[in-house]
Design a protein around this ligand. Structure first.
Ligand code: ADP
Ligand code: MG
Length: 274
């Protein structure tokens, strides 16, 4: 479902690769924690799956497609199979909970009939059926994140990527978020969650992929958070990957040019920069 083959990512001007020769395979229906210190390469890993960045070397296959072979104009369509959740929620402040969740569906042309079934359904799943008419500022942080998860999950994506979704939340609230992500996973969506919350990882006992200095240093089923990171000195001696040419340019996420979210109707809400 997600396959990395000898993937390296070298940002322009960076002294070291953000990801260094990463090979990994994530199967359909898995729940995977991506753990590692800040700067270890977790977000880069997720951005590569989204085709928000392209690898400097290696191959990435997502949902059976070689990402190099997806032309830029087809990237938005490709991303419809992916739900994304961020640490900072990125809700549209002028819209109700219902409209935040419905927004993406409207952008991609779903019928009002579909929307009026799917939105209450997913709000029920995340425990916010009673808050459909509220605005984001009327919700707690945990509730806002559950709206963001509902928005990411409403179109039943094959894959959900969550980048430190509990990073701004207290432990009790985080437990609620994990409960919701577990439910989404149980409904068939593959979930990859980047985190450095050891409490959550230990409690969930799911697959754990640990990155240190851009390399996978552990890949364990039903794992916990204990680190086995190689000392950084050893990593510094690792060979710099060979940079290969790619078929096309990466497709950066569009940035909203105005404060009116409707001006970027072709963008997904999670593509709006906070
Ligand atoms: P994490 O999410 O684990 O904190 P990142 O993937 O964000 O790690 O970063 C990995 C490394 O790549 C870090 O050294 C970071 O500074 C660097 N990096 C990330 N994004 C960029 C970028 N756009 N340009 C240059 N360097 C970057
Ligand atoms: Mg990160």
């Amino acid at each position: 479902m997600i396959l990395f083959e000898d993937v390296s990512k070298m940002y322009r001007g960076a002294p070291k690769p953000a990801l260094n020769n990463v090979s990994v395979n994530v199967g359909a229906g898995e729940f995977v924690f991506l753990v590692g210190a800040s700067g270890s390469g977790k977000s880069s890993f997720l951005r590569l799956i989204l085709k928000e960045e392209r690898p400097s070397a290696g191959e990435i296959h997502v949902l059976g497609q070689d990402l190099r072979r997806i032309p830029s104009r087809k990237v938005p369509l490709f991303r419809r199979s992916l739900g994304v959740v961020f640490q900072d929620f990125r809700l549209l402040p002028q819209k109700t909970v219902f409209d935040n969740v419905a927004y993406t569906l409207r952008v991609i042309g779903k019928s009002p009939g579909f929307i009026h079934e799917a939105v209450p359904d997913i709000l029920q799943t995340v425990g916010l059926a009673q808050k459909a008419k509220n605005y984001p500022h009327e919700l707690s942080g945990g509730e806002q994140q559950r709206v963001a998860i509902a928005r990411a999950a409403v179109n039943k994506p094959a894959i959900m990527l969550a980048d430190e979704p509990t990073g701004n939340l207290d432990p009790a609230t985080s437990a609620g978020i994990m409960n919701v992500l577990s439910r989404i996973n149980a409904s068939g969506t593959t979930v990859i969650m980047a985190t450095h919350d050891s409490g959550i990882v230990n409690q969930m006992q799911r697959r754990v992929i640990e990155i240190a200095g851009g390399r996978i240093v552990r890949d364990e089923h039903e794992g916990g958070y204990e680190t086995s990171a190689i000392p950084l000195g050893e990593l510094d001696t690792a060979p710099i990957p060979i940079i290969t040419e790619n078929v096309d340019e990466p497709t950066p996420l569009p940035v909203a040019k105005t404060s009116d979210p409707d001006d970027v109707a072709s963008a997904f809400p999670w593509e709006l920069r906070a």
